[in-house]
Design a protein around this ligand. Structure first.
Ligand SMILES: [Zn+2]
Length: 209
């Protein structure tokens, strides 16, 4: 196990550009903008409190979901998960959410809508992506993990059910001291989606019918 949280990388591949205050309905946060040094990708981090390496800190990598985060779609659980993560950080007074702008598991919003159209015909979320010629999950989390390291974190309490995200943080040299379940009440259309995530994508959900 990595005990000192040093990164193997000689230099990080992300750069912090700006930090500002962001008061929200849930509480007062700070927002930071990062840019990738090896692509055009941009990242946003919402955080609160002092980021200290020896304090186990709540973190989440939240993957952008326009339909869920903005429009309140109940096809998935993304919007309630984001709000729940913000509420948990607000209650604790410390934590960070990297908002990864890779819509639709990396395939983009228009392709996600194409996948939704296939789902309207009866495909599940994995089958729909495969019918469109995409991997079930095209996201990469390496730079999100680098951002958490750059913020000054080492010991983290990971708010995620996704084993790929957990592995990315470990690979980046962060120490996961706890996995904090983030489960929200799923409305009916999301139930099928969550079952697919659990059964086909290995998500660690305590989910029953
Ligand atoms: Zn979603």
């Amino acid at each position: 196990m990595n005990t000192n949280c040093s990164t193997n990388k000689t230099r990080l591949t992300v750069e912090k550009i700006a930090v500002a205050n962001l008061p929200t309905k849930i509480g007062d946060f700070k927002i930071a903008g990062y840019r990738s040094l090896n692509s055009t990708e941009e990242f946003v981090v919402l955080f609160k409190g002092e980021m200290e390496r020896n304090v186990p800190t709540l973190v989440r990598i939240h993957s952008q979901c326009l339909t869920g985060d903005v429009f309140g779609s109940i096809k998935c659980d993304c919007g309630p998960q984001l709000r729940k993560a913000m509420e948990m950080i607000e209650a604790e007074g410390r934590g960070a959410i990297v908002y990864q702008q890779q819509e639709g598991r990396g395939i983009g919003i228009v392709n996600k809508i194409r996948a939704y159209a296939l789902q309207d015909e009866g495909a599940d979320t994995v089958e729909a992506n495969e019918q469109l010629g995409f991997a079930a999950d095209a996201r990469e989390y390496e730079q999100c993990a680098e951002i958490l390291f750059d913020l000054g974190l080492c010991e983290v309490r990971m708010m995620s059910n996704n084993p790929d995200k957990i592995k990315a943080l470990e690979d980046a040299g962060l120490r996961i001291v706890e996995r904090v379940p983030i489960e929200v009440q799923a409305k009916q259309p999301a139930a099928h989606y969550l079952r697919t995530k659990k059964e086909k994508m290995g998500h660690l959900l305590d989910f029953n019918e």
